[in-house]
Design a protein around this ligand. Structure first.
Ligand code: C2G
Length: 132
């Protein structure tokens, strides 16, 4: 069984996230998603609209996702890959090159980001609608 892992905040879930999760799952048989905790989001300077628990519940409802684990720090990826017997690490290519150190432990694949959608864009558009 080929196991895949990916990481992210996945706030205000949108079709760009789904595209990523779908392609990640297609690379193997089992997809683990490490979702950023609220504390880790602070470290990433990200303020998620949905709490960790609710973002986790949403991800667990996605057909491409087999397991959701917490992401609490930048330094857990090697142990995650080892502990979960991961074969492939996947991220959107805005992270290209940033996680190449994992190549000692598993395959590293950066997938093209989906153009035209982002959580930041959603927030901006909603703000503008509200404020004319
Ligand atoms: N993504 C994408 N296309 C978009 C938006 C996001 O392919 N239009 C991908 C990102 O490249 C990432 C995943 O969806 O692989 C999750 O995106 P975020 O929730 O923004 O994740 P991020 O904050 O980049 O967290 O340790 C890694 C970090 O936790 C990654």
């Amino acid at each position: 069984m080929k196991k895949v892992i990916t990481y992210g905040t996945f706030d205000l879930l949108h079709w760009g996230h789904i595209n990523l999760l779908k392609r990640a799952k297609e690379l193997g048989d089992y997809l683990v998603v490490a979702i950023s905790s609220d504390d880790f989001n602070e470290i990433k300077n990200k303020k998620a609209y949905h709490s960790y628990e609710n973002r986790k519940m949403i991800l667990e409802a996605i057909r491409y996702v087999d397991e959701v684990i917490p992401e609490n720090s930048w330094d857990q990826k090697v142990t995650d890959v080892q502990d979960h017997n991961i074969d492939i690490f996947v991220m959107g290519d805005d992270w290209k090159g940033k996680f190449d150190f994992l190549k000692d432990h598993c395959e590293v694949i950066y997938l093209p980001r989906t153009i035209g959608i982002s959580t930041t864009q959603i927030k901006k558009d909603l703000f503008n609608v509200q404020n004319g």
